[in-house]
Design a protein around this ligand. Structure first.
Ligand code: PEP
Length: 267
């Protein structure tokens, strides 16, 4: 069996923060800080209103620009929604899908995600699919069941040969924005479990698919989490809002470029 080295991905999730002007200041501060780091992919998942400015400012750099949501249909009478082809036309590289804030506050269902993930891939967007358990589910030993259900349902319509084009983010809900980070053992165990679930569908895809950890990642804990066997990067909320800590997390993930041969997600 050939050893597949997966290129780590550090993705910042700005949530509903930053006007276009603030975003512009941020990217000018970030670019020089990450330009020399090798062997790591860098993404910023920004509000819709920041997309065009960030794409223009990041063009030609190592920073890729992602959206934070999209509708599954390419167009239609869906007031307030944005479609995958609309994002692609702007040169958006990918999209976060199923973040727990969208699942919890805006009623995003596994049924909708089962349509959104393949719609993103079909349009040429790289989806970052978020999954994870609540604190109560963890306490009730229900973590595996929850992860199995989300992975099974959300990826049901993605064919085996496209599974590795999806990035999966394991984000225990109790660790998001709380300052409580999963222990390395908890993160490794859950992410290895998710990889095994992908292997049930397609073993080759499981070796190539990138699985991120998300939940209170900071410069101080990033290196330990990113060193775990199955952890292929991080989805970073709060610590991505300032260029300096975000660049420090990118640096913690950097690998010598000569050894990085991971998947090249769909453009
Ligand atoms: C997130 O928003 O996906 C996230 C992980 O947030 P934080 O890093 O602030 O916990």
């Amino acid at each position: 069996m050939t050893l597949i080295r997966r290129t780590p991905l550090i993705a910042g999730n700005w949530k509903m923060y930053k006007t276009e002007e603030q975003a512009e200041d941020y990217i000018q501060a970030l670019l020089p800080r990450v330009s020399a780091t090798a062997g790591v992919d860098v993404a910023l998942c920004v509000p819709f209103t920041d997309l065009r400015a960030m794409i223009d400012s990041a063009r030609g750099s190592r920073v890729e620009v992602y959206a934070q949501n999209m509708h599954e249909e390419p167009e239609g009478a869906f007031t307030g929604e944005v479609s995958a082809p609309m994002l692609r036309e702007l040169d958006v590289r990918g999209v976060v899908l199923g973040h727990s804030e969208r699942r919890g506050m805006f009623g995003e269902t596994d049924k909708a995600l089962a349509l959104k993930v393949p719609a993103a891939l079909a349009a040429g967007l790289a989806p970052i699919l978020c999954v994870g358990e609540t604190e109560q589910e963890r306490d009730n030993d229900d973590t595996d069941r929850k992860l199995r259900q989300q992975i099974k349902e959300d990826l049901a319509a993605v064919p085996g040969e496209r599974l590795a084009d999806v990035v999966i983010a394991y984000e225990p809900i109790w660790a998001i924005g709380t300052g409580r980070v999963a222990t390395p053992e908890q993160a490794q165990e859950a992410i290895a479990f998710i990889r095994a679930l992908v292997a049930d569908r397609d073993e080759h895809a499981a070796e190539r698919v990138r699985i991120l950890y998300g939940g209170s990642v900071k410069p101080e804990n990033a290196a330990e989490l990113l060193a775990l066997t199955d952890v292929d990067g991080a989805l970073v909320g709060g610590a991505s809002l300032e260029a300096e800590p975000f660049a420090a997390i990118v640096a913690a993930a950097a690998r010598p470029s000569t050894t990085a041969t991971g998947p090249s997600p769909t453009r």
